[in-house]
Design a protein around this ligand. Structure first.
Ligand code: 1AE
Length: 414
């Protein structure tokens, strides 16, 4: 097969499972079907006009599997001319995986966008460096704590919970993603009290802190809500990207008035990535596309905690977020869910210092309370950075918080 010239084209890679299919025929039907519709039936004149719109088969890699039913598959790469779609993520996704996502065992495993397409996306406004600069922390993984049991709280309750988390020395506090607009603790009201609690805690800890407040409500009002929160002092946002769509994240992140980092929550991602046969692979869904759309931090289930994702997929997400060869800022990987201090050495080994250790239950469930929970994590991070086993560090004077955490949750061997 002669290699097509791919400039001005976005290339999608699909994994197609089929025990009997002629994969070359399947590839051609995708390339033609998702672009010009039908090729052989076109008159010659029309063919000449349509040539520039025609999708191209770039490669087909067949795998026979082990002979068991369902094990035969092919990885098929198709190039789509940029001129077929506008420069936005919805148009790209509908082109490469709109109708096709419903047509048999087809999974979108990667998407390489052209330089031209990428040029419409500034990517993360802050990225890893920008978030570190805001916090003044450059030499260790960041620590994020998650508000828990927030539904039904009054402002006073939220403020106290925030203060306790902040006292523990965390770098970021994020809302729970299920905290929506409500009369008692609406976005502007809770930002005001929580930022005041952050100021008080900072007098004790000497640390800066970002509060990622959950941006919710109808799409048409999100930018106004974000501006309102920022006018009350919000210095970061949390956003349920997949419930709204990547384009909404892109618009928020590209808005010059929304000049705070945005953390992307992965809610709904499980409806799309876990199947080996269908959906969109996690590294594309939560890695490449989140960064392209402008997420400064991206949360996803880690391989170790309560909601797990296979480690290879986690590391591939990390790769997508940190890849320096892309002409845009890098995004922080935030492996999450069920994280406790005993997992910190694993997180550091697998994700390195350019990551965020993120915990809800692992902070609030500490026997000494949320402040002790944060301290235990900070002590675990310092020990792991110095190559000191957590059990050894926990036995040292001043490390009572870590000791209590190790007793409660144990330490996972590296
Ligand atoms: C993958 C998202 C994790 C998340 O948002 C969350 O709230 C985790 O809570 P914990 O740490 O499992 O209690």
């Amino acid at each position: 097969m002669t290699k097509p010239n791919l400039s001005g084209m976005c290339v999608a890679t699909y994994r197609v499972h089929d025990d009997k299919a002629d994969f070359a025929k399947k590839a051609l039907s995708i390339a033609v079907g998702l672009t010009v519709g039908s090729w052989t039936d076109l008159p010659e004149l029309r063919k000449a006009e349509m040539e520039k719109h025609l999708g191209r088969v770039v490669s087909i890699e067949e795998h026979q599997g082990d002979g068991a039913p369902g094990s035969r598959y092919a990885d098929i790469r198709i190039a789509y001319p940029d001129i077929n779609f506008s420069r936005d993520i919805p148009a790209l996704l509908v082109t490469v995986f709109g109708k096709l996502s419903m047509d048999g065992k087809v999974r979108l495993i990667d998407l390489d966008v052209s330089e031209g397409f990428q040029s419409a996306f500034p990517g993360p406004k802050f990225g890893i460096q920008g978030v570190r600069d805001l916090l003044g922390v450059h030499d260790r993984p960041l620590l994020m704590s998650i508000f828990k049991s927030v539904i039904g709280h009054d402002l006073k309750g939220l403020e106290e919970q925030f203060y306790q988390q902040a006292l523990g020395g965390v770098d970021l506090i994020k809302d729970d993603e299920i905290l929506f607009e409500n009369d008692e603790t609406g976005i502007n009201r809770r930002v005001a009290v929580c930022m005041e609690a952050a100021r008080r805690a900072s007098e004790q800890t000497g640390q800066k802190l970002l509060y990622a407040v959950n941006l919710t409500g109808p799409t048409s009002k999100l930018a106004d809500q974000a501006r309102l929160a920022i006018s009350e002092g919000a210095n970061a946002l949390l956003f349920n990207v997949l419930a709204y769509g990547y384009d909404v994240l892109h618009e928020l992140s590209a808005d010059p008035d929304i000049n705070v980092p945005i953390a992307a929550h992965p809610a709904m991602a499980g409806a799309l990535y876990p199947s080996p046969h269908y959906g969109i692979a996690a590294p594309l869904l939560l890695g490449k596309l989140m960064r392209l759309a402008g997420a400064d931090l991206v949360l996803f289930p880690s391989p170790y905690g309560s909601v797990v994702m296979p480690k290879e997929e986690n590391l591939a997400i990390r790769e997508m977020l940190l890849d320096e060869s892309r002409a845009m800022r890098t995004s922080f990987p935030v492996p999450s869910a069920g994280i406790h201090p005993g997992l910190v050495p694993l997180i550091l080994r697998d994700f390195g210092i350019n990551s965020v250790v993120n915990a809800g239950g692992g902070v609030h469930g500490h026997p000494g309370g949320a402040a002790a929970g944060g301290q235990a994590f900070r002590q675990a991070i310092t020990a792991a950075m110095n190559g000191v086993p957590l059990q050894t560090a926990a036995a040292e004077p001043g490390h009572e918080a870590l000791k209590a955490a190790v007793d409660a949750w144990g330490v996972r061997e590296v």
